[in-house]
Design a protein around this ligand. Structure first.
Ligand code: NAI
Length: 286
């Protein structure tokens, strides 16, 4: 039988989440996505109006189907966590059941179970500030949206992940090497995400035999990356210095996610898998 995937962090057709959805769909998986509440209306209406149809084409010529789009805000675990100003915000008031716990419950009610959980989201409100200028609030917000969001997602979805299932997140090498410009505590958040990948691999592995890995991806001109401001420079730097001189395509990350979610990767867990044209292996620029 086909597998079912829930991909958190898809709001357009430019990011890694979309590419992962496509690779999983091409491999026969049913696709559910979680979309950030403020981006939900535009994403759903663009889907409906056919704006993404060109990007939906799979290798066999068919169009990727997204079975259901769930509203999600991964910085809130349950309704008690949601402050009044968010509850009454007009971008949120039109949607319901978008905390992590509620989204997991909705998926359970609709489909019973999933096989693949993907976390492809991050947010750091002070990402353009150097760490030395980052406020406590900004730093904690980066960790909340980019790291704890994954702990929470896995915690709430684990009960409905089928045996043999697996989970994948996206990280960036700024966690372990200095990347000036990736600020606001985002480098710290990725370091936490990678460490948590190991601990969660142990806990989810022992509890349910579920595998947990993270893909350390090279630079992609996504919406989130454009907000950081240095993405074109990072892409040029990679082309100039990586072992493979080509530009990285989101599909290459999508295909790695499909591999990691498949039985071909049945002994791979707790890993940071680089999909970056090999840039991580360089010691100096050339
Ligand atoms: P993207 O903009 O396609 O994806 C980020 C998504 O996170 C957006 O859809 C946004 O709506 C969503 N989001 C933000 N806050 C949220 C919240 N509180 N709840 C739910 N959703 C929320 O951009 P991209 O770059 O594809 O990002 C996906 C992942 O890939 C992120 O973890 C990012 O750090 C990682 N990554 C990106 C790289 C790049 O160069 N673009 C390089 C390495 C890792």
């Amino acid at each position: 039988k086909g597998k079912r995937a829930f991909i958190a962090g898809v709001a357009d057709d430019n990011g890694y989440g979309w590419a992962i959805a496509k690779s999983l769909a091409a491999a026969g998986a049913e696709i559910l996505v979680g979309t950030w509440v403020p981006a939900l209306n535009i994403f759903e209406s663009s889907l409906r109006r056919g704006k993404f149809d060109e990007s939906r084409v799979l290798p066999d010529g068919s169009l990727m189907e997204i079975t259901k789009v769930y509203p999600l805000d991964a910085v809130f675990d349950n309704p008690e966590d949601v402050p009044e100003e968010i509850k009454t915000n007009k971008r949120y008031a039109g949607s319901s059941n978008w905390t992590v716990q509620e989204a997991a419950e909705c998926v359970k009610n609709d489909f019973g179970s999933i096989d693949i959980l993907v976390h492809s989201l991050a947010n750091g409100p002070e990402v353009v500030k150097p760490l030395l200028e980052t406020s406590r609030k900004g730093y904690l917000a980066a960790i909340s949206a980019s790291s704890y969001s994954y702990v929470s997602l896995l915690k709430h979805f684990l009960p409905i992940i089928n045996p043999g299932g697996s989970s994948i997140s996206l990280t960036y090498i700024a966690s372990e090497r200095i990347i000036p410009g990736y600020g606001g505590g985002m480098s710290s958040a990725k370091a936490a995400l990678e460490s948590d990948t190991r601990v969660l691999a142990f806990e989810a592995g022992r509890r349910k035999g579920i595998r947990v890995n993270t893909i350390s991806a090279g630079p992609l001109r996504s919406r989130a990356a454009k907000a950081i401001g240095f993405i074109d420079m990072m892409i040029d730097y990679s082309s100039a210095n990586a072992p493979l001189e080509k530009e990285l395509s989101a599909d290459e990350v999508g295909n790695t996610a499909a591999f990691l979610a498949s039985p071909l990767a049945s002994a791979i867990t707790g890993g940071v898998i680089y999909v970056d044209n090999g840039l991580n292996a360089m010691g100096v620029g050339v």
